[in-house]
Design a protein around this ligand. Sequence first.
Ligand code: IPD
Ligand code: CA
Ligand code: CA
Length: 264
Amino acid sequence: MVTIADFAERIAREAGELIRREREENTLRTDYKQQTELVTHADVMADEFITDAIRQAYPEHRIPSEESMPDLSQAENLDTPLWIVDPIDGTVNYAYGHPQVAVSIAWAEKGRVQVGVVHAPFSGETFRAEKGQGATLNGQPIRHSGATDLRQTLFATGFPYTKDQLEPLVRRLNVMIHHCRDLRRIGSAALDICWVACGRLDAYYESVSPWDFAAAKLIAREAGARAGHFSEVPAGYPEDLWGQDNLVTAPDIYDRIRELLANA
Ligand code: IPD
Ligand code: CA
Ligand code: CA
């Protein structure tokens, strides 16, 4: 029997193949959403490919996307499971020929993410987790870095496309840079979080949308990392889908970083 996780991995790999081929063989066609946010023809093609495949296999499930976002505050009461998909996480990297690009697919029941797959087609890496069953990278179990010392913490974060609310982000960055080893700006939130999961980074924080983190946060938790928020999640809202002030770290440094960010 094909499990939901097997199915998610298969379509993530196939979408990854499509994305890779499009960049290698075709001239990149780009456009802008809301004047600022870059989108390529490959984003659209991969999105159609994934959502068509899900609709065929699971016609009764829902697929919230950037374009059709339902009110997720009710997700815990929803009887229909949700697929949360980012066809290309790291579109700017994609357009510039960088390798840090991922297809992210999560599956949630009653607002809780049960399956997560993050596939990076240019590096040929597939991160995968099922709730309660651990996390893997290309089939091998992964684990967080075990970092305990803030001074030696390598952290990642990101910045939004819109530039009108940058001040608090710069304040937080200032505090983090002063306390930690260094910063990496990978350009894909899903990969940032998976890299915390496998110990290539010690910490990650950012405010992003559910499709950027839903799959990767499960992967991180299943790899023993701690994943939550450095501000309160509104009462009643499913924690797994709340995108404001995400924080994912090796467990021993979580509280200290949470405190720094919450007070910056
Ligand atoms: C973006 C990436 C980036 C993050 C942005 C996201 P996209 O997703 O995850 O790392 O900083 O906020 O929007 O647009 O490449 O799918
Ligand atoms: Ca994204
Ligand atoms: Ca995207």
